[in-house]
Design a binder for this molecule. Structure first.
Ligand code: 9D3
Length: 252
C-alpha cells in the first residue's frame, strides 16, 4: 500500500513511519510513504502557500495552485487514480469501518491542511472524501493524517505479530478491551485476579469476555447495540445489569 501525503510539514508526517508497529511495517515493505510539500510547488520568491480570505475574517487560506501542483506530482505515477482524502474538521468522523475499507486500497492520497483551511475550489475539484478525527480543534491535518495511516497500517496483513491479530483489537469485535496484568503478582496490595494465575484457559477466556462486556456496559454502553453478542454474552450482560445493581442489598 502507498500513502502520499500533501503537507507543509513532511518531516512531522514521516515520524509515523519511524516507530513501533508502523516503523516495522515500513521496514517489511508493507507500505510506502511519500510526502509532497506545496511550498516546493510555489513559483514566487517568497514561496507563498497561503493568503488572506476573500470577504475578510481571521486566519489565512491555503492557495489552490501549490496544492494542485503538489497533488499532480503525487499522482504522476498513479495510473489507477487513487482516492483523495482531505483531513478536515467538517468531515465524516473516522471510525474502524472506514479504516478497514481504506486498508483494502493500494493507494491513498491524504491532504493535510494548515491555517483556517484550503481554498474550497480545491475540495470541489480534487477531493473524494473529507474525514475528521473528532470534535475538537487541532492546528492542522498532519496529526489526523498520521493517525489514519497508523490505524490503516495495523490492519495490513503481516503488520502485527502472529498472536495479536488485528481481529482481536478492541472495536474489531465491537467491545472494549478486558484489563491486562503482568508481573509482579501484587503491587501495593493490589493482586492479579486469581483466575489469571489458575492456568485454566477456559475460565480465563470466560473471565476476559465478561470483563469486556462489563467495561463496555460501563464506559460505552451504546457499543453493545451493534456488537456481535452470543446468548452467553447476553446472559452475562443481564446478570451485570440486574443482579449487580446494588450487590450489597441484592435480597432487599
Ligand atoms: C473556526 C472554524 N475552525 C473549524 C473548526 C477553523 C479551523 C480549526 C482547525 C480550521 C482548521 C483547523 C485545523 N484542523 C484540521 O486540519 C483537522 C481536524 C481538527 O481540527 N479536528 C478534528 N479532525 C481534524 S482533521 C483536520
Amino acid at each position: 500500500m502507498r500513502f502520499d501525503v500533501i503537507t507543509l510539514f513532511p518531516e512531522l508526517v514521516r515520524q509515523v513511519a519511524l516507530h513501533g508497529i508502523t516503523g516495522r511495517a515500513l521496514d517489511k515493505g508493507l507500505f510506502q510513504l511519500e510526502t509532497w510539500n506545496p511550498r516546493d510547488f510555489t513559483n514566487d520568491v517568497h514561496r507563498t502557500v497561503d493568503d488572506r480570505p476573500y470577504g475578510g475574517g481571521p486566519g489565512m487560506v491555503m492557495l489552490y495552485q501549490p496544492l494542485t501542483d503538489a497533488l499532480e506530482a503525487a499522482r504522476r505515477d498513479d495510473p489507477a487514480g487513487a482516492k483523495v482524502v482531505y483531513l478536515s474538521p467538517r468531515g465524516k468522523r473516522l471510525e474502524q469501518a472506514t479504516v478497514n475499507e481504506m486498508a483494502g486500497r493500494s493507494r491513498v492520497i491524504l491532504i493535510a491542511g494548515r491555517y483556517e483551511g484550503i481554498d474550497e475550489r480545491f475540495i470541489k475539484a480534487h477531493v473524494d472524501e473529507e474525514i475528521s478525527v473528532g470534535d475538537y480543534v487541532l492546528s492542522g491535518g498532519e496529526l489526523p493524517a498520521m493517525l489514519l495511516i497508523d490505524a490503516i497500517v495495523r490492519q495490513l496483513p503481516g503488520a502485527l505479530g502472529h498472536k495479536d491479530s488485528a481481529q482481536q483489537d478492541s472495536f474489531m469485535n465491537g467491545l472494549l478491551d478486558y484489563p491486562h496484568f503482568s508481573r509482579p503478582e501484587v503491587i501495593d496490595g493490589r493482586r492479579v485476579p486469581d483466575v489469571l494465575l489458575s492456568g485454566h484457559h477456559g475460565n480465563i477466556e470466560r473471565w476476559r469476555r465478561e470483563q469486556s462486556l462489563k467495561a463496555t456496559l460501563k464506559w460505552r454502553p451504546e457499543l453493545l447495540d451493534s456488537a456481535a453478542l452470543s446468548n452467553e454474552d447476553r446472559q452475562v450482560l443481564n446478570k451485570l445489569k440486574t443482579g449487580s445493581r446494588n450487590p450489597k442489598v441484592a435480597d432487599g
